[in-house]
Ligand binder design. Sequence first.
Ligand code: UD1
Length: 419
Amino acid sequence: MARFIVSGGCPLHGSLRISGAKNAALPILAACLLSDAEIVLADCPDLKDVENMLSILSALGVTWRREGGLLRIDAAAADNFVMPHRISKELRSSIFTLGPLLGRFQKAVCTYPGGCEIGHRPIDLHLKGLSMLGVEITEEHGQIICDGRNMKGAEIHLDYPSVGATENIIMGAVRTQGETLIHNAAREPEIVDLQNFLCAMGFRVSGAGTSDVRIEGTQERAKNVEHTVIPDRIVAGTMLCAAAVSGGDLTLSNVKPEHMASIISKLREAGCMVLSGEHSVYLKAPERLNEIKIIETLPYPGFPTDMQAQFFALCTMAEGTSVVVENVFESRFKHAAELARMGAVFTQKDRTTIIRGVKRLTGTQVYARDLRGGAALTIAGLAALGETTVMNAELIDRGYERMERMLTSIGARIRREED
Ligand code: UD1
């Protein structure tokens, strides 16, 4: 068990380089199963979730090694289509291997995936999409058994633009005979990155970033590929929130501001000065943050649910009343009760929270219940009076490369303790 001890009241100053995006790296790693050529990934973040995905790949027969900043992956010897039960339970993204395994072996066996407790997170859209590609799916003793011997391209209309389902269907379709069209596809930048990676391998995917994605199945062997993972817009947004609540200023490099438009717009609404360059963002916090009239989480290009908790923390100390509506996951407000222990004032009904900002939160012991909620509590601690202890900080490691080091390098007083 790890915990962060945060001393509040230090304005953050300086600059940070942002790492590659977890949510781009995870499906890309799964997609490596589609290839028996050499794959080199740059900027693949060194995180708990990535480590778990690499363990899953190892169990499937894939070898890999980190070399400096590069990750070299060789899936030529992959020979197993049964996903390891224990690790799959820890990582929701384990489900991403389903499409690639079907593409490669026409067979796959998995269990229901685990991950952060932020709602039910069913996988019905993944399974429905794959069954429309002709996969026969049965369940036995809690295992999902997929037979893809009769897979064929299809026209699929997603009931909801699920990020994971869109990615899984794309990966299932690239080696499947015929053309697949996905309508109402999710439009997240991470899906565009997956498309770019697959195309570099020689597969034929187009339309990612729009609601209609087209895949032309091919049986050609995948080519060697070198790919740089896109920057993590959520890590970048989290660091900007940290600088904003601390009253500091921060420059981020290796970012794509165009992926962060909704985040930047809300930071400006809170009174921050935000300037963006081609690959950089600069933020200067105001003396006191303003209320944000409404933050409603939505699929991209709407405001990301993965930034809701961090902005929730920001609103607890902004002047005036802010409203936060969580539309994507039904129980993603676990950080709220912890922030209340620090003096946050709000009322909550169903998916809506009305927050009345207080001048200052007070440090105390709080519990991270999920990855982004844990990041939000750390941010709150940076601005709180006295010391905040964030328990279960290992959850934060799932999505941030040693967040405490990142924050220390820009002037935060934060240390990590482990049992
Ligand atoms: C991805 C991100 C996660 C982010 C989320 C929404 C990765 C590794 N994770 O998760 O960080 O919070 O997008 O931006 O990229 N749903 C169903 N049935 C399904 C699939 C999803 O009902 O089969 C529902 C979910 O319960 C949720 C909503 O759809 O309410 C969005 O989920 P989805 O877009 O699939 O998110 P993930 O791919 O799990």
